[in-house]
Ligand binder design. Structure first.
Ligand code: GDD
Ligand code: MG
Length: 354
C-alpha cells in the first residue's frame, strides 16, 4: 500500500521561517516535522512506500530525508513542474498508485488509529474516506457535514461565519481509490477540497467519514507551530523527545554545556552542542536548537531558537520564534509574537515584538 504526503505548499503563513526551510521539514524540537508524520504512517505496516509530493524547494527536503533507508520505509519523490494544487498533485502521482492510497496533508499532526480508518474504508467499500476532527472554529478549514451513517453530505472549504453548520472539519487525511482520480485533468491546477470531494457527493459515490477526537493540529501558522511544541512538552501529544517524560522535564542533550550558575525551568529542550552561561535563565517552553549559545544573564522564556542562534549577555527573548543562526545583541528585548528569519541580526539594545 502507498501513502502520499502532500508537501508542496510554500508555507506562506510561516514566512520568513519557510523562506529557506520548506514547511514539511521545519524542525519540531530536533526532528524535521515530516518524521513525525512518517511515525504515524508506520501504524499501517502494509504501507511500503511514501510518495512525497513536492514542488517548493524539493532539493532541501530530499537532501535531509534521503531515500528512506534509515527510516524503514521507501520514499519516492514526485516533483510537480509547477504547483498543481492538492488534487492536481495527487493526480500527478497517479502513475505510481495501484491500490487504495492514504493521502496526508503535509502539515497535520494527529493522534489517530489509521488502521481503523482503513478498516472502515474497506468495510463500507467506500470510494473515498475522510478523517474529520471536531474544532471550535471551522473557518480556517474544510467544513464537512455528514449524515447519521457517516456519509459525507457536504464539503465546504474555508466556510464564512454564516455558513458554519457543524464543528467537524477535514483533518487532512484521506483514503482514496485511485480510479476516482479519473475526473481530475492531467497537469492542471485542481483542488481536492473544492472540486474532487464535492464531485463525489454530486455523483452519489460512497464517501464516508471517520471522526477522530484525538489530538489534532495543523502546524501551518506561527501560533500553531509554537503550540505543537507546548503540546508535546505538556504531554497532550505523546511524541519524541518528550514521550514518557515526567511533566515539566528540562531535557538537556548530552553534549550541551549548561553552566551550574544558569537557571533552567522545565519543560524545556536544550539540544546537542548548546552552551548556556552563568546567570542565564531558560524559562518554560523554551527550545534551543543545536549549537545555540546563550550568554551571561540572558533570559529566554517560551522562545524557540533554531540551530546556531546566539543570544548575547543581558538580552531577553520571550515567546518568539528565531530561524537558524539569528544573533541577538546585548540587552536587546525580543518580545511576544516576534518571528525572525534565518541569520537575522538584532543590534544591542534593539527591541521587537510586544
Ligand atoms: N504537492 C503539492 N502541490 N502540495 C500542495 C500544494 C500543491 O500545489 N498546495 C498545497 N499543498 C500541500 C501543503 O503543503 C499542505 O501540506 C497541504 O497540501 C494542505 O495545504 P494548506 O495550504 O496547508 O491548506 P490549509 O491548511 O489551508 O487547508 C487544508 O488543510 C486543512 C487541515 O489542516 C484543507 O485540506 C482543509 O480542508 C483542511 O481542513
Ligand atoms: Mg495547512
Amino acid at each position: 500500500m502507498k501513502a502520499i504526503l502532500l508537501a508542496g505548499g510554500k508555507g506562506t503563513r510561516l514566512r520568513p521561517l519557510t523562506l529557506h526551510t520548506p514547511k514539511p521539514i521545519v524542525p519540531i524540537f530536533n526532528r524535521p516535522f515530516l518524521l513525525y508524520q512518517l511515525d504515524l504512517l508506520r501504524q499501517i505496516p502494509s504501507i511500503d512506500e511514501v510518495i512525497l509530493s513536492l514542488n517548493y524547494q524539493p532539493g532541501r527536503i530530499e537532501d535531509l530525508i534521503g531515500d528512506g533507508h534509515d527510516l524503514g520505509v521507501k520514499i519516492r519523490y514526485v516533483v510537480e513542474p509547477a504547483p498543481l494544487g492538492t488534487g492536481g498533485a495527487v493526480k500527478y502521482a497517479e502513475p505510481y498508485l495501484d491500490d487504495a492510497v492514504v493521502v496526508f496533508n503535509g502539515d497535520v499532526l494527529t493522534q489517530i488509529d489509521l488502521a481503523a480508518v482503513l478498516r472502515l474504508h474497506r468495510e463500507r467499500e467506500a470510494r473515498a474516506t475522510i478523517v474529520l476532527s471536531p474544532v471550535e472554529n471551522p473557518s480556517a478549514y474544510g467544513l464537512v457535514e455528514t449524515d447519521d451513517d457517516a456519509n459525507v453530505k457536504r464539503f465546504l472549504e474555508k466556510p464564512k461565519a454564516d455558513e458554519i453548520t457543524c464543528n467537524t472539519i477535514n483533518a487532512g487525511i484521506y483514503i482514496i481509490e485511485p480510479d476516482t482520480l479519473d475526473r481530475i485533468p492531467k497537469e492542471t491546477h485542481w483542488s481536492i477540497e473544492r472540486s474532487y470531494f464535492p464531485s463525489l457527493i454530486e455523483r452519489g459515490e460512497r464517501f464516508v467519514a471517520y471522526v477522530s477526537s484525538g489530538y489534532w493540529i495543523d502546524i501551518g501558522t506561527p501560533d500553531k507551530y509554537r503550540q505543537v511544541h507546548r503540546d508535546i512538552m505538556d504531554g497532550r501529544f505523546a511524541a519524541a523527545p518528550f514521550r514518557n517524560r515526567a511533566t515539566g522535564t528540562a531535557i538537556v542533550a548530552k553534549t550541551a554545556k549548561v553552566d551550574p550558575g544558569a537557571r533552567l525551568e522545565g519543560p524545556c529542550f536544550i539540544d546537542e552542542g548548546v552552551t548556556v552561561k552563568a546567570d542565564a535563565q531558560i524559562g518554560p517552553y523554551t527550545v534551543l536548537g543545536r549549537d545555540c549559545k546563550v550568554k551571561e544573564g540572558a533570559r529566554l522564556d517560551g522562545a524557540i531558537l533554531w540551530p546556531y542562534g546566539e543570544v548575547e549577555a543581558g538580552a531577553t527573548v520571550s515567546d518568539a520564534i528565531l530561524g537558524r543562526g539569528c544573533q541577538i545583541g546585548e540587552n536587546a528585548i525580543i518580545g511576544a509574537g516576534t518571528i525572525l528569519g534565518d541569520k537575522s541580526v538584532i543590534t544591542e539594545y534593539g527591541r521587537s515584538g510586544r
